[in-house]
Design a protein around this ligand. Structure first.
Ligand SMILES: Nc1ncnc2c1ncn2[C@@H]1O[C@H](COP(=O)(O)OP(=O)(O)OP(=O)(O)O)[C@@H](O)[C@H]1O
Ligand SMILES: [Mg+2]
Length: 229
């Protein structure tokens, strides 16, 4: 289980994340929704350790990680797919996946990766930059998975991706969770995608969690009101 408690994040003098607490149960799935600039990326980056949090706690299975560098958080079981699918366009698919092993405890790409993303096996020797946006997103997800995380954190995985591919990505994430027990923490602006994946929905507004609800109890009109400008 991931437990985040009373997290605050500043950019210089600017207080961006305000006293955020959240939990992702082992094998669970939580979606974080909110408009542009509300603090989704900042919160997720602070959990993986790409930006510093000033105080509060980030614990995975009761191991405190908030003062650990990112690579140690990855070794502890967290993995992160950043916003904008940052892959290496000049490297092949396989080479892109190998870069994910730098912070992992393993030296080869685990077999389940190609089982989950067969298209990446077919295209393993092609340059990442020549693949479609949806396929590049699969590379980015697969690269994060090579460390065999217990919790995968994804920052707006559907951004700039066509609707048919969004469905495929949702399917593979649901399968990852079901078959491998990998927990998910996903930021999103596409509400249908968030609800397809997650058991629980958190709404972030101005760097604060303003609503938390189980999927079955979600008040769609209210959540939508936080997502529209
Ligand atoms: N490196 C930075 N330095 C200073 N301020 C930043 C930095 N990155 C983000 N911010 C500010 O912090 C706030 C939260 O930004 P963040 O990127 O976390 O939002 P977001 O919810 O991920 O938005 P989007 O949906 O557009 O990705 C915004 O006001 C943004 O301008
Ligand atoms: Mg963002």
């Amino acid at each position: 289980m991931l437990s985040v408690a009373n997290l605050n994040v500043f950019y210089g003098q600017s207080h961006v994340i305000h006293d955020v607490s959240l939990e992702v149960p082992s094998g669970g799935a939580v979606a974080l929704v909110g408009r542009n600039g509300m603090g989704k990326s900042t919160l997720l980056k602070s959990i993986i350790g790409m930006v510093d949090s000033r105080d509060g706690s980030i614990a995975l299975d009761e191991v405190e990680l908030s003062r650990q560098p990112s690579y140690k958080r990855v070794r502890a079981g967290l993995a992160f797919v950043p916003q904008g699918r940052m892959i290496f366009p000049q490297l092949t698919v396989e080479e892109n996946l190998l870069t994910g092993l730098e912070t992992a405890r393993y030296s080869r790409i685990p077999d389940f990766i190609y089982e989950f993303f067969p298209v990446l096996a077919e295209m393993s020797q092609r340059k990442g930059g020549n693949l479609s946006g949806g396929q590049q997103q699969q590379i980015a997800i697969a690269r994060a998975l090579v460390s065999k995380p217990s919790l995968l954190i994804l920052d707006e995985p559907t951004e700039g991706i066509q609707p048919s591919i969004i469905k495929e990505i949702a399917k593979s994430l649901v399968a990852l969770r079901k078959e491998l027990g990998i927990a998910l923490l996903v930021s999103e602006q596409v509400l249908s995608f968030a609800l397809e994946l997650a058991d629980r929905l958190l709404v972030i507004d101005g760097g604060r969690l303003v609503r938390e609800t189980n999927r079955d109890e979600v008040d769609l009109d209210e959540v939508r009101s936080f997502l529209t400008v």
